[in-house]
Ligand binder design. Structure first.
Ligand code: AMP
Length: 408
C-alpha cells in the first residue's frame, strides 16, 4: 500500500499540484479534458477522507503576469462537473463545492484556504502568473507551502521541471507530509517497472520525426533493452548511415555519425536494432500523394518514406509478439494521414496483442498516445503515460526533480 492510499486526510488542508494544462477553443471550451480526468481519483480520495483540497496548476505560457486567456477560472465549471457527475461521485455527501481565487498566494488565497471545510475544493489561479514559479524561487515556494498541511504532487507532466510548485516546495514539508498522488504513483511505478524490473525480452519501439530528439533515450535503452525497433521519419537517417538510398525522406545529415555509433554500440552490446526493411513511399508529403512499396534503402529521388511497409510490419510484429516488456514512444509513420497510418496501427495492434498474452506495455509521448487513442487501443495496453517530456527524460536516465523532491 502506498503512502497516499494509507494516509488519512481527514480535516487536513491538502495542497495538490495538478497538471490542468488542457487545450481550450476560442470560446474557452475544453477540447480535451484527459489531464483533468486523470487526477480526479486523487482528489476524490482526499475528499472522501474528509480532507480539504487546494489545487494548484500552471496553464499555458503567459508572458506578462495575469492574462484572461490563461486564467484557470475557465476550468472551474468543468471541474465542478467532473467532481459531481454520478460516475465520479464517491461520497454520498452531496455536491462537492469548488471555489476559485484569482491569485495563488497572498491574503485572499490564504483566507479562502483557511475557510475551506472538509469535502470542499479550492482552485488557485495560474501559478505561471508569477515568474517565480518557473524560476523555482524559494520564497514563492514557501508562500505556496503555507496554504496546506500536506503536499501531494500529482503532476507527472511537469515532473521534469524544477519549478517552485513541482519540486522546490517539497522541502517545506516533512517526509510524512509530502507524497505522490494516485496518477503520479501509477506513472512512476509503471516507468520503474519498465526501466528497472523489466522481464526480458524487452523491446523498445522508438519512432517519430527526429533522431536528435531521441538519441539520449536510445543510448540509455541500449543498456536495458534486448531489442530496439526504430520506425518513423528517424529511421531514414539510420538507413542512410548504413549506405542506403533514401530519396527525399526525412534525414538529419548532421546525425549520420551518431546513427553509425548507435548501430555499432548495439552490435557490441548484443542489442538487436530493427530498422524497417520496406516503406510506403510517396511522391509528395500529401494525403493524396501517389504511393508505392519499396525497400527502405532503395527509395528513388523525388520520393519519400512516409510509413513502414508490410514486410517491416511483419518483422516488427513478430519481435513485439515475443516480448515480455514493451516501451513505445513515437509513431511509425505519418499516421495523421490515412494512407500512412497502417504501420502505426499495426504496431499498436501488435502491442495490444502481446499485452493480452502477458507482456507489460507502456505507451508514452504525445503522438503514440494519440495513436492508441485513435485506434481505440488505450485500454488494451498496460499503461498509457500522460507525461510526454517527463516520460522521455525519465527513460533517458535522468532524475526528475518532481520525483526526487518528494522522495528525499
Ligand atoms: P515526434 O514528435 O518526434 O514523436 O514525431 C511525431 C511526428 O512524426 C508525427 O507528426 C508524424 O507525422 C511524423 N512522422 C512519422 N513518420 C514520418 C516520416 N516517415 N516522415 C515524416 N514525418 C514523419
Amino acid at each position: 500500500m502506498s503512502q497516499f492510499t494509507t494516509h488519512n486526510f481527514a480535516s487536513q488542508k491538502v495542497l495538490v499540484r495538478v497538471d490542468f494544462n488542457v487545450p481550450l477553443d476560442e470560446n474557452f471550451n475544453i477540447t480535451d479534458d484527459t489531464r483533468m480526468k486523470a487526477t480526479i481519483p486523487t482528489i476524490k480520495k482526499i475528499l472522501s477522507d474528509g480532507g480539504k483540497v487546494i489545487l494548484m496548476s500552471h496553464f499555458g505560457r503567459p508572458k506578462d503576469g495575469p492574462t484572461d486567456k490563461y486564467s484557470l477560472k475557465h476550468l472551474v465549471k468543468h471541474l465542478y462537473e467532473l467532481l459531481n457527475s454520478s460516475a465520479a461521485s464517491a461520497s454520498s455527501a452531496g455536491d462537492t463545492k469548488v471555489f476559485f481565487v484569482d491569485d495563488c498566494i497572498g491574503s485572499q488565497a490564504g483566507m479562502t484556504a483557511e475557510m475551506l471545510r472538509p469535502g470542499e475544493v479550492l482552485l488557485l489561479e495560474n501559478l505561471r502568473f508569477y515568474k517565480e514559479e518557473e524560476k523555482g524561487d524559494e520564497v514563492f515556494a514557501e508562500k505556496l507551502s503555507k496554504l496546506g498541511d500536506v503536499y501531494v504532487n500529482d503532476a507527472f507532466g511537469t515532473a521534469h521541471r524544477a519549478h517552485a510548485s513541482t519540486a522546490v516546495i517539497a522541502k517545506f514539508f516533512a517526509a510524512d507530509k509530502k507524497m505522490f498522488g494516485l496518477l503520479m504513483e501509477g506513472e512512476v511505478s509503471s516507468a520503474e517497472k519498465v526501466l528497472h524490473q523489466s522481464e526480458r525480452p524487452f523491446t523498445a519501439i522508438i519512432g517519430g520525426a527526429k533522431v536528435s530528439d531521441k538519441i539520449l533515450i536510445i543510448e540509455n535503452l541500449l543498456e536495458k533493452a534486448t531489442d530496439i525497433i526504430i520506425g518513423g521519419g528517424m529511421a531514414y537517417t539510420f538507413m542512410k548511415a548504413r549506405g542506403g538510398k533514401i530519396g527525399n525522406s526525412l534525414c538529419e545529415d548532421d546525425r549520420l555519425q551518431t546513427a553509425v555509433e548507435i548501430l555499432a554500440k548495439a552490435t557490441a552490446k548484443g542489442v538487436s536494432i530493427h530498422l524497417p526493411e520496406d516503406s510506403v513511399i510517396a511522391d509528395k508529403f500529401d494525403a493524396a500523394a501517389n504511393t508505392e512499396i519499396r525497400p527502405s534503402d532503395a527509395i528513388p529521388d523525388g520520393w519519400m518514406g512516409l510509413d513502414i511497409g508490410p514486410k517491416a510490419v511483419g518483422i516488427f510484429s513478430e519481435v513485439i509478439n515475443n516480448s515480455k516488456t514493451i516501451l513505445w514512444n513515437g509513431p511509425m509513420g505519418v499516421f495523421e494521414m490515412e494512407k500512412f497510418q497502417n504501420g502505426t496501427k499495426s504496431i499498436a495492434l501488435a502491442v495490444a496483442d502481446a499485452t493480452s498474452k502477458g507482456a507489460f506495455s507502456l505507451v508514452g509521448g504525445g503522438d503514440s498516445v494519440a495513436a492508441v487513442n485513435q485506434f481505440y487501443l488505450a485500454d488494451k495496453v498496460s499503461y498509457v503515460s500522460t507525461g510526454g517530456g517527463a516520460m522521455l527524460e525519465y527513460f533517458e536516465g535522468k532524475e526528475l526533480p518532481g520525483i526526487a523532491a518528494v522522495k528525499s
